[in-house]
Design a binder for this molecule. Structure first.
Ligand SMILES: Cc1cc2nc3c(=O)[nH]c(=O)nc-3n(C[C@H](O)[C@H](O)[C@H](O)COP(=O)(O)OP(=O)(O)OC[C@H]3O[C@@H](n4cnc5c(N)ncnc54)[C@H](O)[C@@H]3O)c2cc1C
Length: 498
């Protein structure tokens, strides 16, 4: 054991990777371990919205909503390939929230923070607007407002890549089995997939284990967690495309909740989510039949086309690691983050991360480092606002130009293929395709528009190890490959020809 890192981070979700990137950019030496794949847990199971959270206004979460609203355009600027503006249509339902309340909420939403690019709210006449066409006849009026979309798992990987470029040591498939304070530093034991153990030393420890945050504290650190998380499960279903326009719907449900129906991966619609208290092992979270029915019923109440469980092509579920604020209903538990620093006099600090949103991960990282600063006084200033993520160095509204440029340089790429590559890799698509002059140059074909060249890039540059890493987290090509194709890809990756 030689080197002493400034910070060791447990957890490679959006919060762990966001803190790693920020810390590394401030000149700190960082070690991060993730027991599974990057974004293997909650950070690939979100609704993928960068949003202020309109419904949080009902719970008076003004701090969170304002911070999140401002972050929308910050994140758009940092990663215009994986994040883009999205308009939301909220049909007015006579039996539910009154129009004046929605108007008030949207007024606040438009004015609370930081809106420069995103257009404001407008009212739609659903009898005339294209957004009215898929809706059942009794909806006449709707409100349309702005939020943004983000490819959640790619956001995590891009943060990890940038952290690594800045010197962070990232270990995936590596579990932290325990950590102890010894001689003023943390000794952190990690175990990789082969069972090999190693101990690393760090001046500070960050527990960003998401749904496992309390468990790591009790089992890994040997402390009784003073603060607890409330694990709230949320599930999504994916069905063939339900409407032709590019806006998303936000439907109010009679139980007071809302459900989104969002254009997804060109040919599909994503429907979610649910809120259910969850007590089991987060590693085994899955949608229930009851949730599938709930989501189908929620959207069927609004659409001409009925959505039924047999239409579902894919589902995913995740556990929100919320801070337990004692709220009675799962949907009411705070979505804000809470950072708890444990730093007894003279002892190495431990920072536990509770809650948070994908949307606010960058601000969470800044807050985390502000708390650690007295213990790591050499760290630099905040720097991530305005600093693009890998591949994101092009104008926010310049996506089409990037696609055109890529196709001009690589005319053998079909339009949809080029679009997908620019969405995933932004300006890095050029590097991925370097030296390729025709389809044959892309190497072995695995299905949909996936070729060896891209898989090799993902393995060499983005820590992909298995087919699931490629098909469900680095991309969503799992929706398009057959089971046999996915198995063949997995076999190829495990025995990759040198
Ligand atoms: C259904 C649902 C919808 C959501 N929708 C949105 C949304 O639209 N917009 C938004 O902004 N937010 C949304 N969120 C919230 C957001 O997804 C989470 O707040 C965020 O992903 C939490 O990130 P995290 O890094 O804290 O946790 P995670 O992503 O769970 O990361 C923690 C990581 O720690 C690892 N780990 C745990 N223990 C160990 C150990 N001992 N050793 C090594 N690694 C370990 C885990 O494997 C895991 O990968 C949603 C969440 C859910 C569940």
């Amino acid at each position: 054991m030689s080197k002493i890192f400034d910070i060791a981070i447990v957890g490679g979700g959006v919060n762990g990777c966001g803190i790693a990137r920020d810390a590394a950019g401030r000149g700190l030496s960082v070690f991060l371990c993730e027991q599974q794949d990057l974004a293997g847990a909650t950070s690939s199971a979100s609704t993928k919205l960068i949003h202020g959270g309109l419904r949080y206004l009902e719970y008076y979460e003004f701090r969170l909503v304002r911070e999140a609203l401002i972050e929308r355009e910050v994140l758009l600027g940092m990663a215009p390939h994986i994040a883009w503006p999205l308009r939301f249509v909220l049909p007015h339902h006579k039996g539910l929230r009154p129009a004046w309340l929605i108007r008030l909420g949207l007024f606040l939403y438009d004015h609370l923070g930081g809106r420069k690019i995103l257009p404001g709210t407008r009212t739609l006449d659903l009898r005339r607007d294209a957004a009215g066409a898929p809706l059942a006849g009794d909806f006449m009026k709707a409100f349309e407002y702005s939020d943004c979309w983000v490819e959640d798992s790619r956001l995590v990987v891009l943060n990890a890549m940038d952290a690594a470029v800045r010197g962070t040591e990232i270990r995936t498939r590596t579990r932290c089995t325990g950590a102890r304070r010894i001689d003023g530093v943390w000794e952190v034991t990690v175990e990789d997939a082969d069972g090999s153990r190693e101990t690393v030393r760090a001046k500070a420890l960050v527990n960003a284990a998401g749904p496992w945050v309390s468990r790591f504290l009790t089992e890994g650190v040997g402390q009784n967690a003073a603060a607890r998380i409330r694990m709230v499960k949320g599930s999504h279903i994916v069905v063939p495309r339900l409407f032709d326009h590019d806006k998303a719907y936000i439907f109010q449900n009679s139980d007071g909740r809302i459900v989104f129906a969002i254009p997804y991966e060109r040919d599909f619609t994503l429907i979610g989510t649910t809120d259910q208290d969850f007590k089991d092992d987060p590693a085994h979270v899955a949608i229930s039949e009851e949730e599938t029915r709930y989501l189908c019923d929620a959207v069927s109440g609004y659409l001409k086309q009925q959505v039924t469980p047999d239409m579902v092509v894919w589902t995913y579920a995740g556990v929100r690691p919320l801070y337990d604020d004692g709220a009675s209903k799962a949907q009411a538990a705070t979505r804000d983050y809470v950072l708890k620093l444990d730093a007894p006099e003279g002892a190495a600090p431990l920072l536990n991360i509770f809650g948070g949103k994908i949307t606010t991960y960058r601000k969470l990282a800044e807050s985390a480092l502000a708390l650690l600063k007295p213990h790591l006084p050499g760290m630099g200033k905040p720097w991530t606002e305005g600093a693009t993520l890998p591949g994101g160095d092009f104008p926010v509204l310049g996506f089409a130009d990037q696609v055109a440029a890529l196709r001009a340089a690589h005319p053998y790429l079909a339009e949809a293929h080029a679009r997908r590559l620019v969405r995933a890799y932004g300006t890095r698509a050029v590097e991925l395709l370097e030296g390729v002059t025709d389809t044959a140059g892309l190497g072995q074909y695995f299905g949909a528009d996936l070729y060896e060249r891209e898989v090799a890039y993902l393995m060499d540059r983005e820590w992909a190890v298995s087919a699931a890493d490629v098909l469900w987290r680095r991309s969503k090509l799992g929706l398009r490959l057959t089971k046999e194709q996915a198995e063949a890809l997995d076999g190829w990756m495990r025995n990759r020809p040198s």
